[in-house]
Design a protein around this ligand. Structure first.
Ligand SMILES: Nc1ncnc2c1ncn2[C@@H]1O[C@H](COP(=O)(O)OP(=O)(O)O)[C@@H](O)[C@H]1O
Ligand SMILES: [Mg+2]
Length: 392
């Protein structure tokens, strides 16, 4: 696509440099990859499958497929923005940066395909090849036929064809797949497929994550795994201990994860509820914006009624069409507002702390936030170490 056309497409209000800084909050590929699993968990997925696919060029990509709630256009558009998470506090995500930070850590491009309410939406986060200082975030939404455009606000349909072309020509699409083929991997009416690729390489031919030969797992290459704490030796080990609940059923390369019953051997356990408010305040800001939009739309509708009073027949037809589209917009805004209000009923994080003392190698303090592993502390490993000491 010519450079000048790219300039018109939506981009993230953040420079690549700034995003690189945020990306650096991940220092481990497992924590970056877990961002996507967390999102599937938050979307109430029953099944999450993580896999690696090789494509034509010999490079590979990661895929995270879930059967969770998926996203409608409004939610997917929100994903293109930075920060401002709409999740209630009892979920895992809370900053609205996971997809961007995790995706950028693992690869240069992240494609999110998602289905909900009989629509499918594709969002691309692209930091490659465009020589732009900000990340491109084209997205488009269609009905399930993949053809009929869907839009709520003007921005959704602006440059629709260009955005669609850019996404449909997405570089890691190898193996003659089309976007529609990829959407078909989401079998049910709801779900999300995230593809990150090409995987970053520390030097050519050395990806930061790889699948050991013949084993359905993901590891960091060229490492003596026993240097790592048990939950970081492989991604399978990581997922086995990630959640306290049995949901979701996870698999790597099609092979089921058998969960470790983490709390079973705890000598002591404590559950605390910590309440917080900051994100609720942020959401109020958005609610106010949508409310202003609603009032504006209501005023426009009233204005149409006034103009109808002394309009010619031709003008009337035009005004009625206008009224209908404003009515549709109003009902969309009402829907969004309702969603916002439902989202913030609870605020508080459940912290579970357990202490395991049987095994001197791997035991220690385990901290889970909302049922998800946050910290696994060992005597021998960095959790207990002073900050200035480094491991040999
Ligand atoms: N797999 C998924 N299923 C449904 N919604 C998702 C999924 N991944 C991301 N999202 C949506 O995108 C938003 C942004 O995700 P993310 O950047 O990880 O931030 P956070 O999880 O902190 O909100 C989420 O709040 C959620 O609404
Ligand atoms: Mg998240």
């Amino acid at each position: 696509m010519p450079y000048h056309e790219l300039l018109n497409l939506p981009r993230m209000g953040m420079s690549v440099n700034q995003l690189q800084i945020i990306r650096s909050r991940h220092t481990h590929p497992f924590s970056a990859l877990t961002e996507f699993v967390d999102n599937s968990y938050d979307a109430k997925a029953k099944k999450v499958d993580v896999s690696v696919t090789k494509y034509k060029t010999g490079k590979s990509r990661l895929e995270i497929l879930d059967d969770g709630n998926g996203m409608d256009l409004d939610e997917a558009r929100h994903l293109t923005q930075f920060g401002g998470c709409r999740k209630p506090a009892y979920q895992i995500g809370c900053y609205g940066i996971g997809v961007k930070a995790g995706g950028l850590f693992l690869g240069m491009e992240t494609l999110v395909l998602t289905k909900k309410n009989q629509t499918q939406t594709a969002v691309l986060f692209s930091a490659t090849n465009f020589h732009l200082d900000t990340i491109l975030v084209p997205y488009y939404c269609t009905e399930l036929d993949g053809v009929t455009p869907v839009g709520i606000i003007d921005e959704d349909l602006d440059h629709f064809e260009e955005k669609r072309k850019l996404i449909d020509d997405w570089s890691p699409l190898g193996n003659e797949e089309t976007i529609q083929d990829l959407f078909a991997k989401i079998k049910g009416a709801n779900g999300t497929l995230v593809i990150v690729g090409p995987l970053r390489e520390s030097k050519p031919g050395h990806p930061t994550l790889m699948t050991p030969r013949g084993i359905a797992d993901l590891v960091r290459p060229r490492r003596d795994v026993f240097e790592d704490p048990i939950h970081q030796r492989s991604f399978r080990d990581h997922l086995q201990r990630l959640f306290l609940t049995s949901r979701p059923q996870m698999s790597i390369l099609g092979k089921r994860i058998v969960k470790v019953r983490v709390g079973e051997k705890w000598a002591e356990k404590k559950i605390e509820r910590i309440s917080y408010h900051s994100f609720r305040d942020q959401s109020l800001e958005s609610v106010r914006k949508w409310e202003a939009d609603r009032i504006q739309t209501q005023m426009s509708i009233r204005n149409v009624f006034v103009r109808l009073l002394d309009a010619t027949n031709e003008e009337k037809r035009q005004l009625l069409r206008e009224k209908e589209s404003l009515g549709q917009k109003l009902s969309n805004i009402n829907g969004i507002l309702k969603g916002w209000k439902q989202r913030f009923k609870k605020d508080g994080v459940n912290v579970t702390v357990g202490l395991e003392v049987d095994n001197p190698m791997d035991d220690g303090v385990h901290i889970y936030g909302n049922g998800r592993l946050i910290q696994w502390g060992y005597k021998e490993l960095p959790f207990y170490r002073k900050e200035h000491t480094t491991r040999a």
